[in-house]
Design a protein around this ligand. Structure first.
Ligand code: FES
Length: 175
């Protein structure tokens, strides 16, 4: 098992759950906050350009839904394959990070940060209505177990995904 990695704590601040407030609009070159403020001002004086605002809103929406991929460099043993049967979900602690691992098919694994993208609570594997989910105990956000995409609840951004794969008897996650 690898023992060293760059210190990037798996914490709400590292994940920046407040990212929404500063999200950039690529189409109009302004932040979400200033965009909203500007939008309110423009609306107040009744001179808004509907076409321009729609384009920026679409850009923000696309950015909110974009997958978040952890960029790391050290493939690390996360869990033995024998401990994660096909169809299984689990939580593991690797190098101080809490990771959610899913194995939807024999040779397919996925890994995500357990830090909720809403306000940073710890997301956990769960079964609801007979369906496997990653769910947050704080405000009820649910995340797809193979993509990390949120559905239901207040979280708008996907869980941060880590590169994961199978190497021999191990599920490897690149930290
Ligand atoms: S912190 Fe997870 S849903 Fe609010």
């Amino acid at each position: 098992m690898a023992t060293e990695h760059h210190p990037t704590p798996d914490s709400p601040t590292a994940q920046d759950p407040q990212h929404d407030g500063g999200a950039r609009c690529n189409g109009c070159g302004t932040s979400r906050r200033s965009f909203l403020e500007r939008g309110a001002l423009i609306s107040a004086v009744g001179v808004a350009s509907t076409v321009g605002l729609t384009a920026c809103t679409d850009d923000i929406r696309a950015e909110d839904n974009a997958p978040s991929q952890h960029v790391g460099g050290t493939p690390t043993e996360a869990i033995q394959l024998a401990e994660l049967p096909t169809g299984g979900l689990t939580t593991v602690k690797v190098e101080g990070r809490t990771l959610l691992i899913s194995r939807p098919a024999e040779g397919e694994v996925h890994a995500f940060s357990a830090v909720c993208t809403h306000q940073g609570c710890t997301v956990a594997p769960n079964v609801e209505n007979g369906e496997d989910v990653f769910s947050c105990p704080c405000h009820g956000s649910h995340f797809d177990t193979t993509t990390g995409v949120p559905y239901g609840g207040p979280a708008k951004q996907p869980l941060t995904e880590y590169t994961a794969g199978i190497d021999g008897d191990w599920v490897m996650v690149t930290l």
